[in-house]
Structure formats: structure tokens, C-alpha cells
Design a protein around this ligand. Structure first.
Ligand code: NAI
Length: 480
């Protein structure tokens, strides 16, 4: 029986391995992690991450051919194929601070593999890593090899949180990079055989190692760039009276462009886009490609601009101050259908409003109160370390309270800010909400989910990103 061990039981390791186990009953899959709480959660009925469809998949194979364990060394030593899916945060200190990937967790996993292995292994990079990481990993492994042969493969993960299970079942492509040596080709074939259990052959692409590593960074950079492009247009739409939804619909109809990832919003978030682009920028700079680095940097700059612009809209519309005013925050996760808050634009928007002394009442259907308080007090980039290595949750921010539902968050509020596109925000009883708010009652829709006309008819002053401005908002300064 082929044995797979995955190091790192997070948003990638957990769902990916669950889908492999479900589709490959003849393979034993063990997911290991240094975080005892994460592994206990995977072994309980309350999984550590929320992802539609995940529970059902895990239920079908947990205890059959899918296991979660903290006995890392045992399972690594027994495995034929080892996936490494650990954190690759942005460095906060030293060379490349604020841009380069911190490979501490990767390196310690590689050293441990070298220490405990007694048979040949295929080591698969699942984490997103800088180009040429495989070379460094190879050096660590072979330096200590004791005659054991290692083949390194790059198999970046393209799943999107919120749709991870369907993405894993029907991937657009599976990318496998490896060496073109006889042993390298054998290893590529072994990994192909795993995916071939459910992925059509023509969707499995094989490349050299460096192309596979770079393709992941490139794909995320392209996706984020589309969002920054439409968000840049949203500012121009507001200035000219165009409607960004109409513009992106018209633009997306062009088959060369396509309709996806063209929704204007308060900004992109998630654990990957910013981190991977910073990493790309750093690699360009290290290779003397300053112009290329600057080009990609702009994608992040526009994203920051968009978040600032949103905060400025809120403050300037509300008589230039939100001090002491209650603002209901609808949604905190970086997108709908996930409880993940890593780099969510809600953090910067909330911090911006708190900087102007607002009182915030935050509601999100999937994010815990503790997580929100941690996010609002944590330093930039600290979030991307294993949970037990993050700073302890400090005392919460005083002006922030967490609400059980949207109605509680909006009660007596001066304004609502919609920061995540949860479906339930489309169908709230806005009449009831209006009646319970201070007047004038504002709605700032950072995700274009509400029916603007309907809300204006109720009496709200509505700002919706990139849409023709409410008469109230015209002639007010809003640029960051
Ligand atoms: P995560 O933080 O959810 O999970 C990483 C896990 O690795 C943590 O549970 C941590 O305790 C564990 N870990 C760290 N060092 C370890 C070690 N030495 N031994 C055992 N366990 C260790 O992170 P996530 O989101 O799963 O991301 C993992 C990698 O996948 C990152 O490189 C990320 O950029 C990449 N990625 C993430 C995607 C996402 O949507 N979250 C999508 C595609 C790639």
C-alpha cells in the first residue's frame, strides 16, 4: 500500500489530503502537524477550518485511510510520498524583511525528514515557495542522506478557499514539476498516478521544477492584478458617473478577457495574494529586475489605496468624523464561505475607523470573537505563523464589540459597512435595520451586495463601490 504523509494540517494540507484519501482508497494518508490543537480538532467533529463540503469528505474516510496525528516522525519515516504544506510567511526581520518568504518552517520540516527517513522518499512542495526552493531543500536532504535517495517535486496548490472541495474534485489543472532525470521522471509518474485516480490525464501538466514553482506565484499575481485593475476602475467610475458593474460586465464579455475576478470590492485579502506578490517582487529585485518588481508592487499599492479610499469615504460622508459613533461591520472574513481572516481587508478598514475613534460592532457568521480581537491587535504578518507560535491574545480592543447577528450589529448604529459578500447580507430586513439605526443612516457597501435603489427608497444614504454616487456623497473628498 502506498503511504502518503502530509506535513501541515492547515487550509491546504487538510482538504487536499481528505480529497486524495477519498479518491484513492488504496492509499493510506496521514496528515501531521506540530499544533496539537489543530490535530485534535481534525480528530473531533468540529473541524479546525470551515469549508463547504469538507465535513462530508472527511467523515467518509477518517479512520479508514485518512488519519490525523502529531506523531510526525513515525509517519514521515513510514511514508513513500511526503507532502509539505507548512506556512511560508513573509519575513518580518533581516534580509528581505517585509517581502521575502520566511522558509523557517519548511527548512525545519526538511531537516526532520532527513533525520528520520530510512527509505527513499518523494518530497512534494505543496506550500507556495520562492523559485529555486527545491534546490535548497534538495541540499538539506542530500547533505544528510545516509544513502537514501530523495526526489523533490513541486506540486503547487491552486484551490480557492470557500470552494476548496469543488476545486480539488475538479481542478482546472494539476501542476507537477520535477527533474528530467530517470529518477525524477519516475517520481513525477508516481505523483501523476495518485491524481489520475480522479483527475483526467489532460489536466495534469508536468513541467520543470522552476516553472512549477514560478507558475504558482504568477497565477496569484495575475488574479490579484485583475482585482486591482477593476478596483482602480471603480475609483474612476465614481468620479465620472459610470457604473463599475456595467463596465466589468462589458469588459468581461470579451472572450480574451473573460468575466471572472472582475468584481469591484473594498480590496483583496486572504493568506496568499499579498504574500506571494511580495515574494515575487523580492525575487525580481534579487535578479536585478527593478522595473518588473515595480510593476507588480503597484498591484498591492492599488489594493491598499482601495481600502484607504473606503475608510475615507465613510469618514468624510459622516461629517468628517466617526468619533464615538457606532458603526456596524457586516462580515470580517476575507470572502464569503470561509472563516479565514488572514489579510482580510476588514482588518485595515476596522483599524482605519478605530483610528478615527469609531465604536465598532462586528458581525460575521463564521469568525469567532477571539479571532477578530486577535486580528485587530496583531502586528502585520504575525498571523502567518502556526497558531501556537503567535503572540498570546492580548486584551481586546475597547471600542470593539462582537455581535451575534446583523440586527444586533446595526442597532443604534450610525452606519453599516459591508465588508464580506455573505449571501445573507443580500436578504436582510433592511427596513427593520433602518428603523433601529441613528439618522441619517448610512450603508457603505464594500462588496456591492445590496440593492442600492431599494435601500435609498427606504431612506438610507448608500455608497456602493464604483457605482454612481448618492447625491449626499457628491462633492465630498474621498481620495486617499
Ligand atoms: P496554515 O497555516 O493553515 O497551515 C500550515 C500548518 O503547518 C499549520 O497548522 C502549522 O502548525 C503547520 N506546521 C508549520 N511548521 C510545521 C512543521 N515543521 N511540522 C509540522 N507542521 C508544521 O497554512 P495554509 O493556508 O494551509 O498554507 C500552507 C501553504 O500553502 C502556504 O505556503 C500557502 O501559501 C500555500 N497555499 C495556501 C492556500 C490557501 O488558500 N490557504 C492556497 C494555495 C497554497
Amino acid at each position: 500500500m502506498v503511504k502518503i504523509c502530509c506535513i501541515g494540517a492547515g487550509y491546504v494540507g487538510g482538504p487536499t489530503m481528505a480529497v486524495i484519501a477519498l479518491n484513492c482508497p488504496s492509499i493510506e494518508v496521514v496528515v501531521v502537524d506540530i499544533s496539537v490543537t489543530r490535530i485534535s480538532a481534525w480528530n473531533s467533529d468540529q473541524l479546525p477550518i470551515y469549508e463547504p463540503g469538507l465535513n462530508e469528505v472527511v467523515k467518509q474516510c477518517k479512520g479508514r485511510n485518512l488519519f490525523f496525528s502529531t506523531d510526525i516522525e513515525k509517519h514521515v519515516s513510514e511514508a513513500d510520498i511526503i507532502f509539505v504544506s507548512v506556512n511560508t510567511p513573509t519575513k518580518t526581520r533581516g534580509l528581505g524583511a517585509g517581502k521575502a518568504a520566511d522558509l523557517t518552517y519548511w527548512e525545519s520540516a526538511a531537516r526532520m525528514i532527513a533525520d528520520v527517513s530510512k527509505s527513499n522518499k518523494i518530497v512534494v512542495e505543496k506550500s507556495t515557495v520562492p523559485v529555486k526552493t527545491a534546490e535548497a531543500i534538495e541540499r538539506i536532504l542530500t547533505h544528510n542522506s545516509k544513502g537514501i535517495k530523495y526526489q523533490i517535486l513541486s506540486n503547487p496548490e491552486f484551490l480557492a478557499e470557500g470552494t476548496a472541495i469543488q476545486d480539488l474534485f475538479k481542478p482546472d489543472r494539476v501542476l507537477i514539476g520535477g527533474r528530467a532525470t530517470p529518477d525524477g521522471l519516475k517520481a513525477i509518474q508516481a505523483l501523476k498516478d495518485v491524481y489520475a485516480h480522479w483527475v483526467p490525464e489532460d489536466r495534469i501538466i508536468t513541467t520543470n521544477l522552476w516553472s512549477a514553482e514560478l507558475s504558482k506565484l504568477a497565477a496569484n499575481a495575475f488574479l490579484a492584478q485583475r482585482i486591482s485593475s477593476v478596483n482602480a476602475m471603480s475609483a474612476l467610475c465614481e468620479a465620472t458617473g459610470a457604473d463599475v458593474s456595467q463596465v466589468s460586465h462589458a469588459v468581461g464579455k470579451d472572450s480574451r478577457i473573460g468575466p471572472k475576478f472582475l468584481n469591484a470590492s473594498v480590496g483583496f485579502g486572504g493568506s496568499c495574494f499579498q504574500k506571494d506578490i511580495l515574494n515575487l517582487v523580492y525575487i525580481c529585485e534579487c535578479n536585478g529586475l527593478a522595473e518588473v518588481a515595480n510593476y507588480w508592487k503597484q498591484v498591492i499599492k492599488v489594493n491598499d489605496y482601495q481600502k484607504n479610499r473606503f475608510v475615507n469615504r465613510v469618514v468624510s460622508s459622516m461629517f468628517n468624523t466617526v468619533a464615538g459613533k457606532k458603526i456596524g461591520i457586516m462580515g470580517f472574513a476575507f470572502k464569503k464561505d470561509t472563516g479565514d481572516t488572514r489579510e482580510t481587508p476588514a482588518i485595515d478598514v476596522c483599524k482605519g475607523l478605530l483610528g478615527d475613534k469609531a465604536r465598532l460592532s462586528i458581525y460575521d457568521p463564521q469568525v469567532t470573537a477571539d479571532q477578530i480581537q486577535r486580528d485587530l491587535t496583531m502586528n502585520k504578518f504575525d498571523w502567518d505563523h502556526p497558531i501556537h507560535l503567535q503572540p498570546m491574545s492580548p486584551t481586546g480592543v475597547k471600542q470593539v464589540s462582537i455581535a451575534w447577528d446583523a440586527y444586533e450589529a446595526s442597532k443604534d448604529a450610525h452606519a453599516l459597512c459591508i465588508l464580506t459578500e455573505w449571501d445573507e447580507f443580500k436578504t436582510l430586513d433592511y427596513r427593520r435595520i433602518f428603523d433601529n439605526m441613528q439618522k441619517p443612516a448610512f450603508v457603505f457597501d464594500g462588496r456591492n451586495v445590496v440593492n442600492v435603489e431599494m435601500l435609498r427608497d427606504i431612506g438610507f444614504i448608500v455608497y456602493s463601490i464604483g457605482k454612481p454616487l448618492d447625491p449626499w456623497l457628491k462633492n465630498m473628498p474621498a481620495v486617499a
